[in-house]
Write a protein of this length. Structure first.
Length: 261
């Protein structure tokens, strides 16, 4: 008994030095179970190391999700896949394996307001974080532009673009939703140019390419932006009614039926 008592403090100290907190928590209970079930030393070691690895993975995913700034309520289980056009559904299934990130391909989603563009990309990004441990980051286009303009003003634009380059996928939501000046959009173009063939951009927009000159305010910059985004890309078109409008109509109908009933 004294020998076990002597071993325990040293073992705990070594596990602390090796940064194995889960093993520290579970090794004693697991050892007792190993004795009862006559597990081999290798089986016991595999058990405690597996628990450590599982906990590390959970912690890593939580860190990635926090860093992603994704709206977590917009998840795949909460997305009505039945509303997707057949082609878009097939594209989503293919994208879920995450290989497009390795190829530095972009994902461009177009559709009317309320069609589910943001939810679709957010859900995709969450699945890639949780299932593939990929580094993703979500931002509204207007907020991204403000951050880049502030960085440019403070002479740290290159550092900010480098910071964003650590993400496998950068989700830029609502391009063209708010009208900006040409100078404002120049910083967004600079980011897109720097990420070309270096990192994936996942983008939503209500406006088709034919109307993008209204966003960038310059024909040459517009053409260059489209060229870089489209060259290696998956384009998803959501030509479907607004989810919010449909939901409001259903609620109205339910209320009418309730009153009539």
């Amino acid at each position: 008994m004294s020998a076990i008592a002597d071993v325990r403090p040293a073992l705990l100290e070594h596990l602390k030095d090796l940064h194995l907190p889960t093993v520290r928590e579970c090794y004693e209970d697991t050892a007792r179970r190993a004795e009862r079930e006559t597990l081999s030393y290798e089986q016991y070691l595999l058990e405690v190391i597996t628990r450590e690895c599982e906990q590390r993975r959970k912690s890593k995913v939580q860190r990635l999700l926090k860093d992603s700034a994704l709206p977590l309520e917009k998840s795949l289980p909460n997305f009505d896949l039945k509303r997707l056009p057949a082609k878009a559904a097939r594209q989503l299934r293919t994208l879920l394996d995450g290989s497009f990130l390795d190829r530095k391909e972009n994902v461009l989603v177009f559709g009317n307001p309320g069609s589910g563009k943001s939810h679709l990309l957010t859900a995709l990004a969450q699945e890639l974080v949780v299932g593939k441990e990929r580094k993703m980051h979500f931002t509204k286009c207007a907020l991204l532009m403000q951050d880049l303009l502030a960085a440019k003003r403070d002479l740290r634009l290159s550092r900010e673009i480098k910071r964003l380059s650590r993400y496998d996928g950068l989700i830029i939501d609502d391009l063209g939703y708010l009208q900006q000046s040409r100078d404002d959009m120049e910083v967004v173009f600079t980011l897109l140019a720097e990420r070309y063939e270096r990192g994936s951009v996942l983008m939503t927009s209500n406006l088709p390419f034919s109307k993008w000159e209204a966003i960038f305010k310059d024909a040459m910059m517009t053409a260059a932006a489209i060229d870089r985004l489209v060259h290696h890309s998956v384009i998803i078109e959501l030509n479907i009614p607004s989810y919010r409008v449909e939901h409001a109509k259903k609620n109205q109908q339910a209320e009418s039926q309730g009153e009539n009933g």
